[in-house]
Design a protein around this ligand. Structure first.
Ligand SMILES: Nc1ncnc2c1ncn2[C@@H]1O[C@H](COP(=O)(O)OP(=O)(O)OP(=O)(O)O)[C@@H](O)[C@H]1O
Ligand code: NI
Length: 326
């Protein structure tokens, strides 16, 4: 049996805006197993980033986590609900045991400090070194491990002296600097050109092996999923609609939304740029559709789909779907 490292249950986040309450994610539940790459996919605005940020309480006003549990299995075998931790306690874990790599390396790095200083600081915050100087030494090693050429010299560079791909390597370096158990990568390659994207994905694989980390990969690129993930959760309008292994999802998609996504992509096993939209538009999350949120766009919608929210059901071992067809 695979061992869980995270068990997310009924995670719900609302944003309290002037226009109304945006129900960004609603009762999201999934497990992440130790050592796997777990991908979260779906169209823009479906709640991928909000889900990943909520895991460590990284939701800012006007957003609020209104319900849910994020059970985290620690190294010593104990289990904590990350949503119950104080700000101080969660900060101890975030950036340390659970680290993030965000999409845009430009905004993830501070233009005023050298990359070496920024890596050193990330380590120092968690008290793992005595001073920044020791951290700079470590930063050289980290730059080497993320395959930046001439790390002794590069450690003294400012972000603007590096290319986009090199900057993203630095961001990944900061991510792994404290040897995280879970690495959450939110669209880590989207801002980069295609050849660099492939290199960065390769690097993530290398980091996963070297640091024995579990990866949560957020992407709207099904090609990336096919290539790098072990398991996939498909999100639509703030809900998870299907979960399964990459094989189960690509070869036997059960949810009409997943089927639509895959149809929009002629061959997901080849590299594709972007997920093509399926007919219709993503619903507004202030007044989401009743019942199954996909019913207005669903070619197989039945009467019950308008009235009842479908429960997640396990159709074959490890393959879950929330759809009234099953
Ligand atoms: N600060 C905010 N205020 C109001 N609504 C927000 C805020 N942040 C996110 N949302 C809403 O939450 C929903 C989910 O957003 P999220 O960023 O998680 O989408 P995503 O799946 O990551 O999309 P993308 O692929 O574009 O990054 C969206 O409908 C968005 O409008
Ligand atoms: Ni996002």
């Amino acid at each position: 049996m695979p061992e869980p490292i995270l068990q997310v249950r009924n995670l719900t986040v609302h944003f309290y805006t002037y226009a109304g309450i945006v129900k960004a994610i609603e009762k999201v539940s999934f497990d992440v197993y130790k050592g796997e790459t777990f991908a979260l996919v779906g169209e823009t605005g479906c709640g991928k980033s909000v889900t990943s940020r909520a895991l460590t309480q990284l939701i800012e006003s006007p957003g609020r986590i209104v319900e849910g549990q994020v059970l985290y299995y620690r190294e010593d075998g104990s289990v904590v609900d990350l949503l119950k931790l104080s700000e101080e306690e969660i900060r101890e874990i975030r950036g340390n045991e659970i680290a993030y790599i965000f999409q845009d390396p430009h905004s993830s790095l501070d233009p005023l400090y050298t990359v070496g200083y920024q890596i050193a600081e990330a380590i120092e915050v968690h008290g793992k070194i005595k001073n920044i100087k020791e951290g700079i030494q470590k930063a050289v090693q980290i730059l080497k491990s993320v395959l930046i050429p001439d790390p002794e010299r590069r450690v003294n560079n400012y972000p603007h002296e590096l290319s986009g791909g090199m900057k993203q390597r630095v961001v990944i370096g900061i991510g792994v600097s404290n040897n995280p158990r879970i690495l959450i990568a939110d669209e880590p390659t989207t801002a980069l050109d295609v050849t660099v994207q492939a290199q960065i994905l390769e690097l993530l694989e290398k980091m996963k092996k070297e640091y024995k980390a579990t990866i949560i990969l957020i992407t709207h690129n099904l090609g990336v999923v096919a290539e790098t993930a072990d398991r996939v959760a498909v999100m639509y309008a703030g809900k998870i609609v299907e979960i399964g292994s990459v094989d189960q999802i690509f070869k036997n998609p059960l949810h009409p939304y997943t089927q639509g996504l895959l149809k929009a992509v002629p061959n997901p096993m080849t590299k594709i740029e972007k997920l093509e939209a399926i007919p219709g538009t993503v619903p507004n999350l202030i007044t989401p559709p009743s019942g199954c949120r996909f019913h207005p766009r669903c070619p197989k919608a039945m009467e019950v789909c308008k009235q009842k929210v479908p429960e997640m059901k396990e159709i074959e071992p490890g393959h879950f779907v929330a759809c009234h067809l099953y």
